[in-house]
Design a protein around this ligand. Structure first.
Ligand code: ATP
Ligand code: MG
Length: 413
């Protein structure tokens, strides 16, 4: 099957010209290059995907170095892995030397040696991700599909390439469900059976790799579908016994999307994911996934604030009272609680803090207060605090109001 027409139709002209140029340079060195992975899958599905992954039968680093010399691209080479990234103004191209992989033991990083395109495709996760398109002049656009990926795309199936796939690399369990839910596909029967059998192999995967897969799930349009399915299959408890993927998660993730920009969502999803956790549960989760200090702080704060929410639900609070209650918590934790809480009073107070109170500053600064005769030190600190509180509560609005209040305070001091 030839996909030259689809390539020309779907890929931006600029990218195509580049790919052709690289292919020409490869040919001079008797190397061949192919488009591989996600872009081929999405091309066949008619979905946009401009993350071009190229496989080189030969030496990707050498080829990328040459391309970089003759173009404006910035080169980032990893000699050890035989991979290179060419960064252009508007996009990047990933080049990888075709490789052969063997796994010494489950979950370990594979031993890698240079190989053919076929070697490179059989090491991949699923048949729909194991197709390539030739970019060489003599068979430009030809589909290379040794594992019947196109057939599986047509039948909407996620299929592994060999029975040891999930035990070699159990992150594929998470990847498989992510693709299944993103594309609305199904696990092929044997794949589903082996996936369930190999769930315990997740224990062989490092925290960093599990976390990375969760981050990828959180970049999906509807991560709650993936989480729900992982729960139904019994995958979640293997990562952490407290993890749930119920309707609550679905509702709150959806609410999060309506409030936050996409790049802030993954961290917020993490905070919502652990909302029902015990203190022990969260510590176990943070350690298992090797979560960064910053995100750990926000996740711990989320649970700490949860236990204080009732204080916000009592008699009407002054803005300054809300401020003093909330200022010690990470904004992300406050946001998570605003989404999680069922009380509209609490929600309003938390949002008021996030959108207004935390930004309130006095108009007068220390220098100006000195000119009003207030001396630096504890006295000044006290005046500034009173001014700030009055400003929070709307008792002073203008600069003049603040000046008046400061003068009356200084007389009393
Ligand atoms: P996405 O649209 O999610 O980016 P993708 O197919 O481009 O999908 P990547 O994570 O960018 O996925 O990986 C590129 C390719 O590398 C995949 O298509 C797959 O062939 C291969 N791959 C990635 N991770 C694994 C893995 N754990 N095991 C085997 N092959 C993998
Ligand atoms: Mg990709």
């Amino acid at each position: 099957m030839n996909l030259a027409r689809q390539i020309e139709q779907y890929l931006p002209q600029q990218l195509l010209e580049l790919a052709k140029d690289i292919s020409g340079q490869a040919a001079k060195q008797e190397q061949r290059i192919y488009l591989v992975g996600g872009v081929v899958r999405d091309l066949l599905l008619g979905y946009p995907n401009f993350d071009l992954d190229l496989v080189v039968e030969g030496d990707a680093v050498k080829l990328a170095q040459q391309v970089a010399e003759t173009s404006k691209a910035k080169l980032l080479a990893h000699h050890r892995f035989g991979t290179a990234k060419l960064r252009y103004e508007n996009f990047t191209l990933d080049l990888a030397t075709a490789r052969k992989e063997t796994y010494d033991r489950p979950g370990a990083l594979p031993a890698v040696t240079p190989g053919t395109l076929k070697d490179d495709l059989i090491r991949r996760d699923f048949s729909i991700n194991a197709m390539a398109i030739s970019l060489a002049a003599n068979d430009y656009g030809e589909l290379v599909d040794p594992h019947q990926g196109k057939n599986d795309l047509e039948h909407r199936l996620i299929r592994i390439l060999h029975p040891r796939s999930f035990s070699d690399d159990a992150t594929r369990i998470l990847r498989g469900i992510r693709y299944e839910q993103r594309l609305g596909f199904e696990l092929e029967a044997q794949t589903a059976r082996l996936l369930k059998r190999d769930i315990p192999m997740l224990d062989t995967i490092s925290g960093d790799r599990i976390r990375h897969e969760l981050e990828l799930i959180f970049k999906e349009k509807q991560p709650e579908l993936v989480i729900r399915r992982l729960a139904a299959l019994g995958v979640l408890p293997r990562i952490s016994p407290s993890l749930k993927g119920d309707g609550w998660i679905a509702e709150k993730f959806d609410k999060a999307r309506r409030l936050k920009k996409p790049n802030q969502l993954p961290s917020l999803y993490f905070c919502l994911l652990i909302y029902s956790f015990s203190e022990r549960g969260i510590e176990q989760f943070l350690a298992r996934l090797n979560i960064s200090a910053k995100l750990s702080r926000a996740m711990r704060d989320t649970l700490r604030l949860k236990t204080k929410l009732a204080l916000l639900d009592t008699s009407p609070l002054k803005p300054s009272e809300i401020y003093y209650l909330l200022r010690e918590y990470e904004p992300l934790a406050i946001q998570a609680n605003a989404i999680a809480s069922e009380s509209s009073t609490i929600h309003r107070s938390l949002q008021l803090f996030l959108t207004k109170l935390r930004y309130v500053r006095t108009a007068l600064n220390g220098e100006e207060l000195k000119r009003l005769g207030i001396s630096a030190g504890p006295e000044m600190g006290r005046v500034l605090q009173i001014l700030h509180k009055a400003k929070l509560d709307g008792e002073v609005r203008t600069r003049a109001d603040e000046k008046k209040l400061a003068l009356s305070l200084s007389r009393k001091l």
